[in-house]
Design a protein around this ligand. Structure first.
Ligand code: HPA
Length: 246
């Protein structure tokens, strides 16, 4: 049976409206996940919820134990994972407040624990990652956002940087040349670990600021927080729409 899990990012450490049935802290061979995995009902559907940065928010993107998070979710029975990510907008159409459901990703991170395949193994270790997101789940997200009437790009390339600092304007120009539409710090290795574990994975990204050099002013946390407040409320409505339709 399909079981949906939501990984809440910055601004979504809690899913109000989730009737919690169980909260379990799952130890994994990779250490501890960011938080307890909550099992409960959201709009009448059983779902799992995990706060990527912990609850309260305390783990920076480069220190998230992505391996433990994904492992624990699968251990809890997840088959599908919807990742919620706050991002900066690179392409002109991706303004603050807009959603993007990326169909591709470029990994600019370094030094993260990015695979479950370690040491001597007796099975194939090269997962196909040509299309990093699950197309069926992406389509469901696209339909849910459309039904809510929110601004959204139905495709896009997510460039994942190491952080925690934001990018330089030159880095964003390079990323734009590479074909990136949005920039964030948490898309990888989460997506590939989901693939290694056989989980269907898609991302709902919310643009919370223009990427470096894409506006005249500085990028401030005040500006980001304001966009998170509005946008993550919408993300919850999108999730409710998606889950009630499956
Ligand atoms: N860059 C990287 N990560 C981000 C940004 C950004 O501009 N905004 C939100 N997460």
């Amino acid at each position: 049976m399909n079981k949906y899990a939501i990984i809440g990012g910055t601004g979504l450490t809690q899913l109000e409206g989730l009737t919690i049935r169980d909260a379990s802290f799952i130890e994994t061979p990779y250490g501890a996940p960011s938080a307890e995995i909550l099992r409960g009902e959201y709009v009448g559907r059983e779902v799992l919820f995990l706060a990527r940065h912990g609850h309260p928010h305390r783990i920076p993107p480069h220190e998230v134990n992505y391996r433990a998070n994904l492992w624990a979710l699968r251990q809890a029975g997840a088959t599908h994972v919807i990742a919620i990510n706050a991002v900066g907008g690179i392409t002109d159409n991706l303004k603050t407040g807009c959603f993007c459901i990326p169909d591709q990703i470029i990994d600019y991170t370094s030094g993260r624990e990015h695979t479950l395949y370690e040491g001597e193994l007796d099975h194939v270790t090269h997962v196909d990652f040509s299309y990093p997101y699950d197309e069926v789940l992406r389509k469901r997200l696209i339909a849910a956002v459309a039904a809510c009437g929110y601004n959204c790009s139905n495709s896009g390339v997510y460039g994942c940087t190491q952080g925690p600092r934001l990018e330089t304007a030159a880095e964003i120009i390079r990323m734009e040349r590479d074909g990136c539409d949005i920039v964030g710090m948490t898309g990888m290795p989460e997506a590939v670990l989901a693939r290694e574990l056989g989980l269907s994975y898609a991302c709902l990204a919310l643009v919370v600021n223009p990427a470096a050099g894409k506006s005249t002013g500085m990028i401030t946390m005040t500006q980001i927080d304001a966009a998170l407040n509005v946008g993550m409320s919408k993300a919850k409505i999108i999730l409710a729409r998606l889950l009630s339709g499956i």
